[in-house]
Structures are given as structure tokens and as C-alpha cells.
Design a protein around this ligand. Structure first.
Ligand code: THU
Length: 139
């Protein structure tokens, strides 16, 4: 799938962002290895800490439906849904990506619109990340 299409799906997902406290709306489109897309939006909470980012919403939807292999995620976001800059994933979301993705190959696409996007590998955004391999028995 082309990045342009993933951007379109992330923007579509942002429409459902529930952001009565920050007004910062985020949408994500997560592409599985088999080519399926899971969309997510941020979901805020009056108690603040239970807030879930768009990226984690997408990951948890996918994993809860049996997906375990991922190719890329596209993220869009902005105050009041105005996409004036690039929205990078927070540290917690990078760590969730680290759990399910190969940091050398998983692509994180930050977009403003279908023509303006930047692509990174997870490894660039989370250098020396701690992941499942760290807990494997040492031989
Ligand atoms: N947020 C995301 O959904 N993803 C990010 O990568 C950055 C932050 C949300 C959480 C909160 O609802 C709002 O943006 C402001 O932090």
C-alpha cells in the first residue's frame, strides 16, 4: 500500500478523536504485514491519565484481533485537527511499537497531508530500545 493511502486513512481516523481536554486531535493508520489497515484515534479522559493515544488505539485494536506482524504506521495530528506540523509518537507509543515490530524495518510515517510526509524506522525514533529480545534466555 502506498504511503498516500495510509495518510488518507490516518486523516479519516482523526475524525473520531475524542479530545474535550486538549483539543489536540490525532489519527493513525497501522498497516499489517498482510496488508490490512487498522485505524485509531486518541481518546481522552476526565481523569487525564487513562487517555489513549491514536497509535496505541490502532495497535490494541489490531493485536486484539490476532494481528502480530506490522509493516508501518502513519500518524497525523494537530490542535483542533489542523495539520500544520508533523506529530511524532510519544515515548509510550514507541515502546508499544517496540513490543510488536522489528525496529530495523518498521516504518513510522509522519504526515501533514497526502503529499507531505516523512518516513522513519522505529530504530531511529527509539535507539537502543528495550524489547522482547532482551527477556530471552541468554545462552
Ligand atoms: N497524542 C496522541 O494521540 N499521539 C501522539 O503521538 C501524541 C499525543 C494525544 C494524547 C492526547 O490526547 C493529546 O494528543 C495531547 O497530548
Amino acid at each position: 500500500m502506498e504511503n498516500e493511502e495510509l495518510v488518507r486513512l490516518a486523516i479519516e481516523a482523526m475524525a473520531f478523536a475524542y479530545t474535550p481536554y486538549s483539543g489536540f486531535r490525532v489519527g493513525a493508520a497501522l498497516l499489517t504485514a498482510e496488508g490490512k489497515v487498522y485505524q485509531g484515534c486518541n481518546i481522552e479522559n476526565a481523569a487525564y491519565t487513562p487517555t489513549n493515544c491514536a497509535e496505541r488505539t490502532a495497535f490494541f485494536k489490531a493485536v486484539s484481533e490476532g494481528q502480530r506482524e506490522f509493516d508501518a504506521i502513519c500518524i497525523v495530528g494537530g490542535k483542533d485537527g489542523i495539520l500544520s506540523g508533523y506529530t511524532a509518537p510519544c515515548g509510550v507509543c514507541r515502546q508499544v511499537m517496540m513490543e510488536f515490530c522489528d525496529p530495523e524495518t518498521f516504518r513510522v510515517i509522519l504526515a501533514k497531508d497526502e503529499k507531505h510526509w516523512q518516513e522513519y524506522r522505529l530504530q531511529e525514533l527509539l535507539p537502543m530500545g528495550f524489547g522482547p529480545d532482551n527477556l530471552k534466555k541468554q545462552g
